[in-house]
Design a protein around this ligand. Sequence first.
Ligand code: HAM
Length: 433
Amino acid sequence: MRFTALPGFRDVHPDAFARRRRIFGVWREVASRYGFEEYDGPPLEPLELYTSKSGPEIVEQLYHFTDRGGREVALRPEMTPTLARLMGERAAALRKPIRWFSVPQLFRYERQQRGRLREHFQLNVDIIGEPGPAADAEVIAVAIDIVRGLGFGPGEVRVRLSDRRVLAEVLTSGLGVLESELAGVLAAFDRYERSKEAAEAALEQVFAGDSRRAHEVRQFAAALGDPAPLLEASAAEPLKACLYQLEGLGLGEYVDVDFRIVRGLAYYTGVVFELFDAKRSLRAICGGGRYDTLIQSLGGPDLPCVGFGMGDVVLGELLADRDGPPRAEAAIDVFLVLVREEERAALLALAAALRARGVRVEYALKKQALGKQLELAGSRGAGWAVIIGPDEYAAGKVKVRALRSGTEATLGIEEVRTSFQFTRTDEGSEPVQ
Ligand code: HAM
């Protein structure tokens, strides 16, 4: 029998891991430059945490089961409900605004396609306790700075920025949509880009029997591509303030106001946004918005929040399209080569001393011909070999060879142990003096 990974789950070999490390590195580095602190929560949560507030789309995708204690549980499909739960417990004791980030692995039983898997890692960046547009701008700036940090300019990645409050104002006061119908209308709008038919069918359902209103709302939806009229609404003030802040941060050139963005999750209450590759060849790189009522609706205090989730899958695809297959990084700096077994104790002592200095060291684990040891050194990407031979060792010396250039010098073992600089191959190894 041969086992393979389940559909939508990834085996990550070290060369592919190099790309993951790059993405995670930029995520953590940018989030901490903006003063966010890292947290985590459990990967398994009570099922109800999602069924109560996340909305039908995500609930249909849950991995859930009854545990041995009879509890209904689910693998987390998103981080926001966990964050809201943590905030319900801790927020009172924390200084506001709270800036937290996390990099959870999430699970959704989705139809697998390019950029969409059944597990992914998702950076979550959220500000809790600040209702104003400066907080909205701040999290959007983090998202933009990340794609910028990965080398994507405004010609390659676009932010589509919208606000549910603007849509709500125009729909209710201009088109007579009832408060009770609003969630259904917004959920229908969210479907437009994936399937016009599905979106219109959903609208028909909301306005069952009232074809005049259904028609008016359809026409309104068809005109959403032009943001100018909606920017006149009084509810557009926070959105304009957010734009102003982003311009102040020098990031305005990445942003388009686009009221076709509504977001699928049910809990958003204000600004919503998504980042896309400019060609829109893939699903969103990132999505988020303001969710001012979620914590309270899960039994916590009344605390406004704004944040986003950015997955590693779409970003990985974009990097692969641009940079080609990932290259494995050098695993070590130095390979210690033994000419004969009698000096193995000296090799071990040198390896331990170099590792204690932070140098990445490997050596053959069994007796091997010199040529084999050097081959292994090469395949590991080592920049350096230190060759311990009987004559040199007896004189307190070893040979140090720069493997890229082939230059070699005989140096005192004490100097090699304590101070010789083994520059990393990725930085280019210098010939020995
Ligand atoms: P979301 O739009 O469901 O939002 O997910 C955010 C991002 O995660 C997406 O734009 C996409 O890059 C990635 N993603 C989601 N599902 C998958 C999947 N099946 N495969 C690969 N990538 C995926 C949320 O989850 C919100 N909780 C984000 C948030 C945080 N809102 C406020 N704070």
